[in-house]
Design a protein around this ligand. Structure first.
Ligand code: ARG
Length: 461
């Protein structure tokens, strides 16, 4: 098969150069977007009188038939034709003859690949945003199903203060909401048409960039042809947003792994999302959570690869840029796979509310509230902190819970303790007192759930 750029060459390309230089093995997936962009370009060439109307129509029909063959899996990709663009263009010439040779008028593969990736990315961003929404919905349903459940909240992995399980789940709802917003902001920067920049300087042909932008649904035109063919900021941003989302997933996964351990016993993950051991018959392993946690690393790897690829690259297009696709595709595929798996696994989590309640009585989590009680009775908080510290030490030494102490025992540490203090010490009572915006009091969490559901319903409609 002859190379589209073969004219200037007398000798043959070394086999290793073809192997090193081909990208069709991974960029063939861009074909649907490449063809859409080519169709818009061809229509514009016909409308602007750059090619005849008849040729433009032939090109569009030829491209449509190629799209069908590709979708049907009957298209033969050739590695010696290098990339997705040259494979499709060569086939076009085979199918429609000379008219096909006019398609590349006024454009270059440099602005073509830049356009394809933006079109592809726009669709991936939309898919990721809807997967994030699905995950948020799963978290809301989980929170709602366990609205009365209390568990220890941790700082430093030490029991800190009791919280509602629903409050804990909604913390992740917030994280994935920010991820959705981040991808949405990225979409606006992605949705700009580079086509028309040609190789780097623009083209002398009287092309109509606005028409192509309109047909492809872009909100605007790139302002500088050199920037447009050399810019890969959006790929880096995409991988950065994907990395942050994966980081959120990995934190959730880490908690699920811990919580399903015998030591915690807070949850059991259903059979459909756990696996056994080939040697230890008793095992039920949280592999999905571990794999998602593990896959976070490869998405960070994509981000690092792209940042490193771009560093110090002179303007404008350099062939190095071909190396941008595999990390990008891998980051997108990995994130979408992980979001899908997690949204499906969350409904399969069985909560042991009794075990969580038991744990909530351990670790002296009433200590802050006792100090607050003394502070309310007039003692400076710092002083109250010291009194309760001694009280905790006393309990630790005598093997008691703070709630075991009688009012007399408490008063031995400070006469300011009021009789009512003991009734305010259970996990449920403590949770109820965090009654402020953003707090874990049940009525606040119920309101947060209501807001979350309303916002999900709005986004899904
Ligand atoms: N396959 C190339 C890439 O992904 C397309 C652009 C090729 N441009 C060129 N001048 N060789 O970057």
């Amino acid at each position: 098969m002859s190379k589209l750029w073969g004219g200037r060459f007398a000798g043959k390309t070394d086999e290793i150069v073809e192997i090193l230089g081909e990208s069709v093995s991974y960029d063939a997936r861009l074909a649907p977007w490449d063809i859409r962009a080519s169709i818009a370009h061809a229509r514009m060439l016909g409308d602007a009188g750059i090619v005849s109307k008849q040729d433009a129509r032939k090109i569009v029909r030829g491209l449509e038939s190629i799209a069908k063959s590709i979708a049907a899996g009957t298209f033969t990709w050739s590695v010696s034709l290098e990339d997705v663009h040259t494979n499709i263009e060569s086939e076009l010439v085979l199918r429609i003859g000379d008219a096909g040779k006019r398609l590349h008028t006024g454009r270059s593969r440099n602005d073509q690949i830049a356009t394809d990736v933006r079109l592809w990315m726009r669709d991936q961003v939309d898919a990721i945003r809807s997967l994030l929404l699905g995950l948020q919905a799963a978290l809301v349903a989980f929170a709602e199903a366990h609205i009365g459940v209390i568990l220890p909240g941790f700082t430093h992995m030490q029991h800190a203060q009791p919280v509602l399980l629903a409050h804990h789940a909604l913390a992740y709802y917030e994280m994935f909401g920010r991820d959705r917003e981040r991808f949405g902001q990225l979409r606006a920067r992605v949705n700009v048409l580079p086509l028309g920049s040609a190789a780097l300087a623009g083209t002398p042909h009287p092309i109509r960039r606005e028409q192509v932008a309109r047909e492809l649904g872009f909100d605007g035109l790139s302002a500088n042809s050199m920037d447009a063919v050399a810019d890969r900021d959006h790929l880096i941003e995409f991988c950065a947003a994907a990395s942050i989302a994966m980081m959120h997933l990995s934190r959730l996964c880490e908690e699920l792994v811990l919580w399903s351990s015998q030591e915690f016993g807070f949850i059991e993950i259903g059979d459909a999302f756990t696996t056994g051991s080939s040697i230890m018959p008793q095992k039920k392993n949280p592999d999905v959570a571990e794999l998602v946690r593990g896959k976070t690393g490869r998405v960070y790897g994509s981000l690092t690869a792209l940042l490193t690829l771009m560093k110090g690259l002179p303007l404008t297009y350099n062939r190095d840029l071909q190396e941008d696709k595999e990390p990008l595709f891998d980051a997108s595929d990995t994130l979408q796979l992980c979001l899908t798996a997690m949204a499906r696994m969350i409904p399969a989590i069985h909560v042991d509310a009794r075990r969580m309640a038991e744990a909530s009585r351990e670790g002296f989590m009433e200590a802050t509230d006792l100090a607050d009680a003394l502070a309310r009775a007039g003692m400076p908080f710092r002083e109250a902190h010291g009194v309760i510290g001694r009280l905790v030490l006393h309990c630790a030494n005598t093997g008691k819970h703070l709630t075991d102490l009688s009012i007399e025992e408490l008063r031995a540490f400070s006469p300011l303790f009021d009789k009512s203090v003991r009734s305010a010490l259970g996990p449920a009572a403590i949770v109820r007192t965090r009654d402020l915006p953003g707090g874990t009091a049940p009525r606040r969490v119920v309101a947060a759930l209501r807001r979350a559901k309303a916002s999900l319903a709005k986004e899904q409609s």
